[in-house]
Ligand binder design. Structure first.
Ligand SMILES: Nc1ncnc2c1ncn2[C@@H]1O[C@H](COP(=O)(O)OP(=O)(O)OP(=O)(O)O)[C@@H](O)[C@H]1O
Length: 259
């Protein structure tokens, strides 16, 4: 990390207005994420995590407050988003899916091919490049989404529980692959997860939110050096302590929200 602030969120609040009532998804969220930082957002269900990410992705407007994503080039997209599911276009092949964003920007054919091949190789999908998503497993589909997101070379990556629907084995493999690509590209990543292990494995910093309406109530720097493995996360005493801190926080917040 080089201490340049890449994402700056200032006192952001989102209220959804309905006919006779309103729902505050989250409120007074302020957060700064440095260039190249990997930050995980953890909080109880319904505390506004997805809404916050959707606002950063330009898919929703905030009710109040501001945010900025630092950009040093007009040639790159501001953000790419990876969702839990539904990230792939069913009528395009694997390679067409990965190349999609690049083609939309009318980049030179040769560049698109190289960039697509590079990331297909990185996520182990090279030999499946001519297949359609329906011919692939859930893990392979998520690999397409990750390859496409990195191939787009965005300023920041927004990831909304990308591995939540996968079985544990596949999850570990994809987490490893994501870390490997991230350490190479040093993209700024803002990542939502419900998995404490996942947050501890991936993050430089974990941001904890309160129950609905969500507010940021704690930040935790993840102490173990990189590269990391899940074995280290599970064996490291400091990490075990952090796990319990986060677990206690989530339990308290869920109980509070039910009162
Ligand atoms: N389009 C919408 N219209 C009205 N209310 C919404 C809308 N989207 C989200 N909400 C409400 O905003 C709150 C936050 O939702 P959000 O999906 O952001 O939470 P979350 O923390 O991502 O939840 P989960 O962890 O379960 O995915 C919830 O109360 C939800 O019902």
């Amino acid at each position: 990390m080089n201490n340049t602030v890449k994402i700056s969120i200032d006192n952001l609040t989102k209220i959804f207005y309905k006919k006779n009532n309103s729902v505050t998804a989250f409120q007074n969220v302020s957060l700064q994420i440095e260039e190249g930082e990997f930050v995980c957002l953890v909080g109880p269900s319904g505390c506004g995590k997805t809404t916050l990410l959707r606002i950063l992705a330009g898919l929703e407007l905030p009710s109040s407050g501001t945010f900025t994503i630092d950009s040093d080039s007009n040639d790159r997209p501001l953000q790419s988003m990876v969702f839990q599911e539904k990230g792939v276009i069913p009528w395009l092949t694997v390679e067409e899916n990965v190349a999609f964003g690049l083609k939309m920007r009318h980049l030179p054919k040769e560049f698109v091919r190289k960039q697509t091949d590079y990331y297909l190789e990185k996520v182990g999908l090279k030999k499946f490049s001519k297949l359609y998503p329906k011919e692939l497993s859930g893990g392979m589909k998520q690999r397409i989404s990750i390859a496409r997101a990195f191939a787009n070379d965005p300023e920041i990556l927004l990831m909304d529980e990308p591995f939540a629907a996968l079985d544990e084995q596949n999850k570990f493999i994809l987490q490893d692959e994501l870390l490997s690509i991230w350490s190479e590209t040093k993209k700024t990543v803002f990542f939502i997860t419900h998995s404490i292990d996942e947050a501890l494995l991936l993050s430089d910093r974990i941001v904890l939110m309160s129950a609905h309406p969500g507010e940021i109530i704690k930040e935790i720097k993840v102490p173990i050096p990189r590269p990391r493995t899940m074995e280290q996360v599970r064996a490291n005493a400091e990490m075990a302590e952090q796990f319990i801190t986060i677990w206690n926080h989530l339990q308290q917040e869920v109980q509070r929200s039910r009162r």
